[in-house]
Design a protein around this ligand. Structure first.
Ligand code: FAD
Length: 400
């Protein structure tokens, strides 16, 4: 019987296993994961789970009996190496498991702040449930909280921490890598209104303290008191297994349009995969639930004998201080933006155009715009600036 072995029981690994069964795949499906417990989703960790409004049940992707029902074998443990000649993986405990097809769904790890003091007690990152549990407990007694990095994770943490924090960001605006200046400015206002202090254009030179963090030293020499520091400065793809197996790796495991690595018996999906992104027009690595879920489905289709080039539209969301930001498409390289809706009332969208064509839409508390944008992007070709202008930049009217 054919065996599909999936390394990594996170969002995309779980997705591959369930999608294979949805497609009627009748062989063995084996999911190997190195985190304790059942597969879970990460988004609540920096939102409701941190705030205490969501519990374990909201994290879990499926209850235990689901895996038995679907005949998905869950094996706890960390894969130490891939032996391509023998088509097997070897776990750290020495056990070996053979595969007919292997899927790498190993995700990413948080980047470490490359400054002295980054391993002091009281310095945290947030990616796993275990980290969220420790962080939640530490928050209860913390007095001076500093967030290093004004990206999604740092800002969601700030929004759900339940107290004023100081946010230190090296760029000149928040979420600079993924949002337009209009959206960055809106969220900066929200966080300041909530009592947070935002320091832009400031690097961190060191974290200071005796065993435990007491101060954050900024690049200009100034010192911030801190007994809890959350570092959210991005992630690195987990590629060690792929590198050890001699697969092509460049900012992630390199895959083709069918998400196959340089070995056709091995695929890679989710945060760890660098794939040819149709919308970006270049090789891209994305860190989102949409990307993990859609790539999982696409790989399952390839394995089940229904291959189609992967071309799903990238989309993303974040929840902060009562504002839901949804992003559809790819914003990089845009030459023009248009703001529609009610910015002051906190319900607006920013339309980004690249080469005169709609390339990305950020919607703040405007879910209908987000849905309309996804439909517009699904239409071939996406609308031009002039078409939207003629409709008063009304996405729904343009789609209708
Ligand atoms: P993961 O879900 O990270 O799973 C990878 C798994 O592989 C991990 O369990 C890892 O331990 C395991 N693994 C790695 N190597 C091995 C090995 N050698 N052997 C065995 N197991 C191994 N995205 C959104 O779209 N919206 C959000 O609001 C959002 N919020 C987020 C909040 C937080 C706090 C975090 C951390 C992420 C958030 N994301 C969000 C991103 C999203 O969760 C990730 O993009 C998604 O989880 C990626 O799925 P993945 O399967 O590639 O990786």
């Amino acid at each position: 019987m054919e065996t599909v072995l999936v390394v990594g029981a996170g969002q995309s690994g779980f997705g591959v296993a369930t999608s294979l069964r949805d497609k009627g795949f009748g062989g063995r499906v084996v999911l190997i994961g190195d985190e304790p417990g059942l597969p879970y989703q990460r988004p609540p960790l920096s939102k409701g789970y941190l705030a205490g409004t969501a519990g374990d049940a909201q994290l879990r992707l499926r209850p235990e009996d689901f895996f038995a029902e679907k005949n998905i074998e869950l094996i706890p443990g960390r894969v130490a190496s891939v032996d391509r000649d023998e088509a097997k993986v070897v776990l750290e405990d020495g056990s070996a498991h053979e595969y007919d097809h292997l899927v790498l769904a190993t995700g990413s790890v948080n980047r470490v702040l490359p400054v002295p003091g980054s391993t002091l007690d009281g310095v945290f990152t947030l990616r796993t449930k275990d980290e969220a549990d420790v962080l939640r407990a530490a928050l209860e007694s913390a007095e001076n909280v500093v967030v290093v990095g004004g990206g999604f994770i740092g800002l969601e943490f700030a929004a759900h921490a339940g107290r004023p924090v100081t946010i230190v960001e090296a760029q000149d605006r928040l979420m600079a890598r993924v949002a337009t200046p209009e959206v960055s400015a809106y969220f900066a206002d929200l966080h300041e209104e909530a009592g947070h202090t935002i320091l832009l254009g400031k690097g961190v030179a060191a974290l200071r303290g005796e065993g435990r963090v007491a101060e954050v030293e900024l690049s200009d020499g100034s010192l911030l008191p801190a007994d809890l520091v959350l570092v959210g400065v991005g992630v690195e793809p987990r590629t060690r297994l792929a590198e050890g197996a001699g697969l092509a790796v460049a900012n992630g495991v390199v895959v083709d349009e069918h998400l196959r690595t340089s070995d056709p018996k091995i695929s890679a999906v989710g945060d760890c995969a660098n794939f040819p992104c149709v919308q970006a027009g270049t090789a891209t690595r994305l860190e989102s639930v949409q990307n993990a879920v859609d790539q999982a489905r696409a790989v399952a289709a390839v394995i089940a004998g229904e291959p189609a080039p992967y071309d799903s539209l990238p989309w993303f969301w974040t929840d902060q201080l009562g504002a839901k930001l949804q992003i559809a498409g790819i914003l990089t390289g845009a030459e023009k933006t248009v703001v529609t809706g009610d910015r002051e009332g906190g319900k607006f969208s920013v339309l980004s155009f690249r080469d005169g064509v709609l390339a990305g839409v950020e919607s703040v508390n405007r879910p209908p715009d987000h849905i309309a944008a996804r439909r517009l992007f699904a239409a071939d070709p996406a609308p031009r600036f002039e078409t939207l202008e003629a409709n008063g930049f009304d996405l729904k009217a343009t789609f209708a």
